[in-house]
Design a protein around this ligand. Structure first.
Ligand code: FES
Ligand SMILES: [Fe+2]
Length: 389
């Protein structure tokens, strides 16, 4: 009979350490355990993590609140279209400022507790009876500057909003450069937002990241994707940098299949070969991005509790020409397909969460020819997890 070895009590995370050293898969509890979840927050503090998409707050004055682990944050679109990220916390007595995405009235973020209000750039704007006089006098300029919202170090890349909670990760440009160069022909300047949805995933975020890199499942879970296994068979793993893992695959269709007719505009600088490629990446830890000749998809994974994740699921088309009324049906169809595929994955992952987190999962046998990139992800997670402990 199989008898899974209990984790060593003297070294509670010994099975994670074995995985970090390249021996075996992550233990089941790494996907469900409360203590692992809490310790993992440290890993999320140290790295550049994505928290939202810019399209979630498209116009000046739009605000998008979110939670990732126990951090409550606020993405704010400023007067000039610039994005900032603040803690979603009033400087007075710490009330949550915004509880649902909205456009704030009068370009002011107003606290629901005692009505302190803030400019979109975070400066304190007004305080009722700040000095407790009969006259309504606000804070002076110095007080206003000092009592502004608390900002986070942030960066926006291809419409994805990243933050670094610890403040001491290497510069974002440095971290992203290898991927930015690799997919430069899928030009960020040409992106045109199609949709941005908030979705609940009843599984640990790591299972979603692994699934995104797993091309082996595509023909099985998503039989509507044309070409069967052919796209996956012609794929190759890509390690862009130690923290950016991916897969490059050919479209399952192309010349001669009768499905090569593109109706939506494609990125203009693609080479002949790139016009048939799908590039899929995980920017460790929680950012998933896929580029195709005529679209980009982004999934931001925000851990909420052990086994519970929220996704921002965003889709982009190419160039403003894709937004013309004549292409309404094509837009609706590409969105419908993307949602259908994501829903198939959500369902699969919710089931996987229940079984993959069992202790007998240590007896799993990854398929050598397919699962290398997944094992790399698990190893990377194990190493980064232990580095923070
Ligand atoms: S807590 Fe926000 S105004 Fe008092
Ligand atoms: Fe899938």
């Amino acid at each position: 009979m199989l008898d899974p070895s209990p984790d060593d009590e003297r070294e509670p995370w010994s099975s994670i350490r074995r995985c970090a050293e390249g021996e075996g898969v992550l233990p089941g509890f790494a996907y469900a355990d409360e203590a692992v979840y809490r310790a993992e927050a440290e890993l999320f503090r140290r790295h550049w993590i994505s928290v939202a998409c810019g399209h979630s707050a498209p116009e000046p004055g739009d605000v998008f609140p979110l939670r990732i682990h126990d951090q409550s944050l606020l993405v704010v679109r400023g007067e000039q279209g610039e994005l900032r990220v603040f803690y979603n916390l009033c400087r007075h007595r710490g009330a949550r400022l915004i509880d649902a995405p909205c456009r704030v009235a009068g370009s002011r973020i107003r606290c629901p507790y005692h009505a302190w209000s803030y400019h979109l750039d975070g400066r304190l704007a007004a305080v009722p009876h700040f000095h407790r006089g009969a006259k309504v006098v606000g804070p002076d300029a110095e007080e206003a500057a000092e009592l502004g919202l608390l900002p986070l170090r942030s960066a926006v890349w291809r419409d994805i909003v990243f933050v670094n909670l610890s403040g001491d990760a290497p510069p974002f440009e440095e971290v992203i450069r290898p991927l930015d160069e690799r997919i430069s022909h899928w030009s960020a300047e040409e992106l045109s937002p199609l949709s941005s949805d908030e979705v609940e995933l009843r599984a640990d975020w790591k299972l979603a990241a692994e699934n995104f890199l797993d091309v082996y499942h595509l023909a099985v879970v998503h039989p509507q994707i044309p070409g069967g296994f052919s796209g996956a068979l012609a794929s190759e793993d890509v390690v862009v940098s130690p923290g950016i893992l991916g897969v490059s695959m050919r479209q399952g269709y192309g010349e001669g299949s009768g499905q090569e007719a593109w109706t939506l505009p494609r990125f203009s600088a693609l080479t002949e070969d790139e016009r048939l490629r799908i590039e899929i990446f995980c920017i460790f830890p929680n950012t998933l991005i896929l580029v195709e000749p005529d679209n980009q998809q982004v999934i931001v994974l925000r851990p909420q509790a052990p086994g519970l994740t929220r996704q921002t699921f965003a889709n982009y088309l190419v160039s403003d020409a894709s937004q013309v009324p004549e292409l309404a049906d094509e837009r609706a169809e590409i969105y419908r397909e993307a949602v259908e595929i994501n829903e198939q994955d959500l369902k699969l992952l919710a089931g996987l969460q229940r079984t993959r987190s069992m202790s007998v999962a240590e007896f799993l046998r990854p398929a050598e020819a397919w699962d290398d990139i997944n094992l790399r992800f698990q190893r990377l997670w194990a190493q980064e997890f232990l580095a923070g402990g």
